[in-house]
Write a protein that binds this ligand. Sequence first.
Ligand code: AKB
Length: 315
Amino acid sequence: MKRIMITGALGQIGSELIVKLRDIYGAENVLATDIRKTDSPVVNDGPFELLDVMDLENMRKLAKDFGADTMMHMAALLSATAEAKPLLAWNLNMGGLVNALETSRELGLQFFTPSSIGAFGPSTPKDNTPQDTLQRPTTMYGVNKVAGELLCDYYFQKFGVDTRGVRFPGLISYVTPPGGGTTDYAVDIYYKALEEGKYTSYIEKGTYMDMMYMPDALQAIVDLMEADASKLEHRNAFNVTAMSFEPEQIAASIRKHIPNFEMNYEVDPIRQTIANSWPDSIDASAAKAEWGFKAQYDLDEMTKDMLEKLATKMK
Ligand code: AKB
């Protein structure tokens, strides 16, 4: 990775990934692109171009003019939004992906795109979900993710594009809030804990999902992209996780810092159905063995850092 182009740069992952990549590879070597422009470090602190990922011609031109050797395709709708707008999700998630893969094939770019725990479904083994297992998701997001994993494998096998990916769990960060995901409650809860001392969860108690703190997710992307290709038996996509918890456990972790924190429930049937169809915990041993994946933060370490950073940010 020397000249990296990123789509969806202003999204939840992109906006922090850009900063990390610019630190490592130099600001001038990381091209951020997004369909919108904001007054933010992503736009102001390095190269930035407007790009609709449905526009293959412009994507190709930007990558070529920049002299990119790597494409990181982050633009996508998350699970709850995709469930509300399934046709838009199909068109954008699949259309954007195929354009990014085509650009990478034509220009010989290394390629990364995230998959998700959403690529699993109710018939997948729920505990310690294996790397290679049944994937019959029942959500549009899941359908997109499985099709995307297969498409990336196809571009690797058929055209030799160096495609790599991870199945991210819910990602938690104090920088850019997520939008339209099922796991977003685990981010919202920290804001509300500091603002109001209480939170109403749309996910039912007892619902376990895998999660990861953003610094670990960003490091995982860099480590996978820098990994020796000859060591990778899998490519699209590796299970990665740092923790699995249910709402009562994150509330208990918050109470270690805010003892009177109150948790209530008003379950959203759509997001609950999505959560119920996902694993309770996944097995990341293939990622550990093939490229040394390691997460630093557990639930309590993450809670401490989130509350400290958010308190400063919200001052
Ligand atoms: C979502 O909830 O949609 C995402 C994901 C797990 O892919 N955070």
